[in-house]
Design a binder for this molecule. Sequence first.
Ligand code: FAD
Length: 656
Amino acid sequence: CVAASLSKKHLPLARFIGDSAAPVATNFDVVVIGGGHAGTEAAAAAARCGSRTLLLTHRVDTIGQMSCNPSFGGIGKGHLMREVDALDGLCSRICDQSGVHYKVLNRRKGPAVWGLRAQIDRKLYKQNMQKEILNTPLLTVQEGAVEDLILTEPEPEHTGKCRVSGVVLADGSTVHAESVVLTTGTFLRGVIVIGLETHPAGRLGDQPSVGLAQTLEKLGFVVGRLKTGTPPRIAKESVNFSILNKQTPDNPSIPFSFINETVWIKPEDQLPCYLTHTNPRVDEIVLENLHLNSHIKETTRGPRYCPSIESKVLRFPNRIHQVWLEPEGMDSDLIYPQGLSVTLPAELQEKMITCIKGLEKAKMIQPGYGVQYDYLDPRQITPSLETHLVQRLFFAGQINGTTGYEEAAAQGVIAGINASLRVKRKPPFVVSRTEGYIGVLIDDLTTLGTNEPYRMFTSRAEFRLSLRPDNADSRLTFRGYKEVGCVSQQRYERAAWMKSSLEEGISVLKSIEFSSSKWKKLIPEASISIGKSLPLRALDVLKYEEVDMKLLAKAIPEPLKKYIKCRELAERLKIEATYESVLFYQQQQINEVQQDEALQLPKDLDYLTLRDVSLSYEVREKLHFSRPETIGAASRIPGVTPAAIINLLRFVKTTR
Ligand code: FAD
């Protein structure tokens, strides 16, 4: 393993094997490859579950690195962060120690689709994440490049072709493990592109991972190619902010983590963002220089979400596009121009930037660039993220065709938990589409696959009103604590207190009833409009937009004042009241889906030769490739017809 280039005074190196005094073990329960957003969550989750875990990554000083935008969360992504947090994952807590501008997106819509988001101090996030990872009990960190996998005979009760039992590093050394989690991001055969220049790299300044890509291909994994990109970075002092629209942070800041009531920095000390726009001159520079831009000329598709400025100009001619100027950190001299991802030659990038309002004198510190990389068709993994082909091998993060830190973190926590459960020979921990956005993400990937970088949106979830950011703890924390042990006692107790307080609060609000005329006198601020004689529960009054728990408790201090002592409890009672009636119907739909999900398909079915079911060859091939675990998952595979599902259902019922 390579010596760490990290300054030792910042980090405790007790379990960092780069330190020559530390003993080098070669046997672990779980090995995680890659210290990005998926890998850190996977390694910490496996260790929280009680497995002796090794995190193997190229460089310790890049653990927690944000390759692209200095922000976390957003619409759908904020939901994923809350769910990662509910399972005691790291990223939400680390963001609450590192955010510099908190803003909830989508506020004009209902709280079910609010997007918790924050600009993050890059340096601080990395420091805090490294501190957390290097202080996690049972977790060892080692620098090194994994080149190959060690494979052995499969376990007799399983159908996989072989079983992973360790990894081989570039220096030829080996590490043995019961389970291996692969989270190599954009590094598999990664190539960086600026203008017409290309060179092999997983990210600017980082080597690609070629040996491992070849190993996976040799094993028979179906590999595809994707691309993404990042904008240039601009010197802060060279921007004329005075002529731009300023966006101030929310006050109060809403923390990402359930266990935090506040974030590390007061709203008044947070940094602003600024908005500017592209103009026709930007379009001209892009269009005149397409011949100098190989990332755009390539036939592989660019990302639909977070697209480059070139693809926006080509797809939407004659439009202006927003460019958000975002801070990179409290003491950073850099500005990140969100919306300006570009792969033109560096001198043309600078020319393009200086055409934009506020950036007339902007100095480019680092050019934007594109990355092209291998990903593995995610229909080759199960809902626990274990591969069909190789037992005990798990994939998580961008390697599965997703984009974004949050999507990577969500898969990481699930892969880490399941890698550990596999060691203990316990059943997998699967989150269904009815329980969380994590379930939606993994179900979409494993049943539909993807041919462009997959990003989470609230529109992907059928049961949005139930899968809200505010209630992720009640959906997942108890399962995490009781079924797998990945949740701390402190978090469990907090979630249990919140659950009982909510139940008690709702029942108290249901028990307080007055006529609407009395309510109008008690709360004149609200336009309560129900017939005079009808009694109205406090819970119904709380549904009115102008009414919140503070107003209700002012009108009826006893017994309501105790419910406004905790801001989060008061807000959650309001949200529960808002959705009370619709949730009843949504629960019925959820119950129906759960019935389908309960119908398990036998794991060892050979769809290609199965005689007792009438299925077309095309359907057989699709089922053979995706190997759905339930009738519900089979029904979501494109091309698997309703008639095929009925035949499968009959078959499953007769074989049970
Ligand atoms: P990464 O964070 O990439 O981490 C992979 C880790 O694996 C690295 O630490 C690497 O050193 C290590 N590694 C790789 N191979 C090996 C090996 N063989 N042995 C040991 N260690 C290894 N997301 C967005 O949401 N919006 C964007 O606009 C956006 N733009 C991006 C632009 C660029 C240029 C890049 C590179 C990424 C961009 N992303 C964007 C994606 C985002 O950074 C990723 O989705 C996220 O970081 C994926 O997390 P991950 O853990 O899967 O991989």
